[in-house]
Design a protein around this ligand. Sequence first.
Ligand code: NAD
Length: 256
Amino acid sequence: MGLLEGKKAVIFGIANEKSIAWAIAREFREQGAELAFTYANDAIAKRIFPLAESIGVTQVIKCDVAKDEDIHDVFAGLGKIWDGLDILIHSVAFANRDELKGSFLNTSRAGFALAMDISAYSLIAMVKEAQPLMKVRGGSVLAMTYYASEKVFPNYNVMGVAKAALEANVRYLAEAVGPDSIRVNAISAGPLKTLAASGVGGFHQIAAHVEAKTPLRTNIEQKDVADAALFLCSDLSRRITGGIHFVDSGYNIMGM
Ligand code: NAD
């Protein structure tokens, strides 16, 4: 029997087969979970529907996480077909490409607000809407973050600030929904070549540096994140909440 047998999970953030969220989806499906996907826009629809079909997922819902009404509709819709929700995956981030290169001083007011809205605030909006469904049996919320929340990485700029806010959200939300037996955690993943990563200037240099300097001397793969996600969303982690869990071949322990 799979570790997620009988559990229902909604996954935000699949863009293509390289997405971290897609690796999580496949793993959760293999472990017996019933899934629903959301997608940002019509460009992504072309890719996500065939992926969903390939693993027998029929609930695929459009949701721009910058819109409260979209987020509301996702959970209202799931409430009509599911008797509760066990898992929520937040694997979503966005910042203007021209603010993910060059000087941090070039961060605009509008660009700052956009990155914070989509990459950090959206987690609060999702958990608020998910709470009535998740408290039926208790559940697990998992977000994706990056070490640039704590340390300066060239070009990461406003996204580093947004990830710092996301990580603080994880802690505050964990306290807010803990009484409903809902846990909230984040995985801080090492660099992975995905659509989102391609927007960060000089991403390849970051990946090469990490590979050379990390204790395990290897970059991670999407499957490494999915395996950790399985633990954090299964009952094996039942008393773990509010944490930022590194899946980075140990890079975060290094001073130099
Ligand atoms: P990805 O591009 O596959 O996923 C990002 C997702 O965000 C996409 O599906 C995109 O459609 C979605 N998104 C953006 N704006 C949206 C909106 N307004 N509404 C709904 N969805 C929206 O890339 P990924 O690397 O799999 O990123 C997933 C998460 O992992 C992100 O939070 C990212 O910051 C984080 N992360 C990535 C890395 C990495 O190196 N790739 C490392 C650590 C953390």
